[in-house]
Design a protein around this ligand. Structure first.
Ligand SMILES: Cc1cc2nc3c(=O)[nH]c(=O)nc-3n(C[C@H](O)[C@H](O)[C@H](O)COP(=O)(O)OP(=O)(O)OC[C@H]3O[C@@H](n4cnc5c(N)ncnc54)[C@H](O)[C@@H]3O)c2cc1C
Length: 326
């Protein structure tokens, strides 16, 4: 491996935690060969964000700055970052498997005539090749993948699978400011309408409280929100809860929703369909609350509570409040 570049992300003026996770993963890959870990951070007025990457093992941070990059656009970011990648010629380009990366990385890989492995839960260098391990068939199996052909090879890594550990010894990353040429950009983002201001983002959350058909109506999600508030958690939902109009689509977990990977996933009134499991099956600890002891979710759960969620969830909130206050 002669060098890895991480495409980092900024959200509301802060670097996303998953970008530090990917930087730590890149450091792990490069430690074997002593190769350089570069981080590309695109945006506007982002100078203050570069320093933190040294902690996670970056040798260099490229600040790709322009007022046109204040907001993400596929066109603008592809143009800005493709040139940088071409110039620096890393062997691999990594990013967290976020909504932005799922849009941007295929474009970058196609522009550079290369391949992309998506949503890896482990990444390694084997026989000199970047190798990704990606869950398939709703998490029932792992595919071992490699890109062939021209480098750099691209991969996205699922958030929360690799710890954002500080590198030892800590590094001081050199910072290089890059002025991108954006004449070829044909689109401009005029406005951004946000649906989830202030909420914990599902894909980054370390704890998620999720509700399904068993919650029965939109107003009942209040008891899940109360539990989530005590735990600093995000609230998720099954597709039934979303299709019923109880929760926005941005909350949906599963095959056609978001893939999440928290430390703790509490499923309330969710049966555990394969499509739901495809989105949360790799959560570190799964707790299921369901009044049907035969519900399939109990096969996947680490802890199961057979009971009425309208009794169990408020009790849990009360007890956790007491425990966490002490
Ligand atoms: C192509 C395709 C894509 C899909 N994508 C997704 C997806 O992304 N995400 C997703 O979630 N689904 C998805 N689905 C739908 C999926 O197949 C299931 O229909 C859905 O996950 C079921 O949601 P649920 O568990 O909330 O509802 P149900 O399966 O109806 O389960 C409700 C559960 O609540 C329990 N319950 C009821 N009352 C209570 C109570 N008072 N206390 C405790 N427990 C109670 C019941 O015992 C039951 O187990 C998809 C389906 C298809 C075909």
């Amino acid at each position: 491996m002669s060098g890895v570049m991480v495409i980092a992300e900024v959200k509301e003026g802060r670097v996303k935690k998953s970008s530090f996770e990917v930087t730590a993963a890149a450091r792990g890959l490069c430690d074997q060969s002593g190769a350089e870990v570069g981080v590309a951070l695109a945006g506007n007025e982002i100078e203050g964000l570069a320093e933190a990457f040294g902690t996670y093992g970056a040798d260099k941070v490229y600040l790709v700055q322009d007022s046109e990059l204040e907001r993400y656009s596929t066109d603008g970011f592809t143009e800005a970052l493709a040139k940088l990648i071409e110039e620096k010629a890393p062997d691999a380009v990594l990013a967290a498997n976020s909504i932005l990366a799922r849009d941007l990385l295929p474009r970058l890989a196609a522009r550079l005539g290369s391949g992309l492995m998506t949503d890896c839960i482990e990444i390694a260098v084997e026989d000199g090749h970047l190798t990704g391990f990606c869950p398939v068939y709703g998490g029932k199996a792992r595919a071992k993948c490699r890109c062939i052909g021209e480098k750099p090879h691209f991969a996205t890594i699922r958030p929360n699978v690799i710890a954002a550990e500080a590198s030892d010894p800590p590094r001081k990353a050199a910072v290089e400011t890059v002025a991108p040429a954006l004449e070829a950009v044909r689109t401009k983002v005029l406005d951004e309408i946000r649906e989830m201001g202030g909420k914990v983002e599902l894909t980054e959350a370390s704890v998620i409280v999720s509700g399904g058909r068993g919650v029965k109506k939109a107003e009942n999600f209040k008891i899940l929100e109360e539990l989530a508030a005590v735990l600093g958690a995000a609230v998720g939902a099954s597709r039934v809860a979303v299709d019923s109009g109880w929760r926005p689509h941005t909350d949906q977990v599963g095959q056609t929703g978001k893939v999440v990977n928290p430390k703790l996933y509490i499923a309330c009134g969710i049966s555990g369909s394969v499509q739901h499991l495809a989105g949360m099956g790799t959560s570190r600890t799964i707790v299921a609350i369901n009044n049907d002891p035969e519900a399939p979710i109990f096969e996947k759960a680490d802890y199961g509570i057979v009971g009425d969620l309208f009794t169990v969830v408020p009790l849990l909130t009360e007890e956790l409040k007491k425990a966490l206050d002490n």
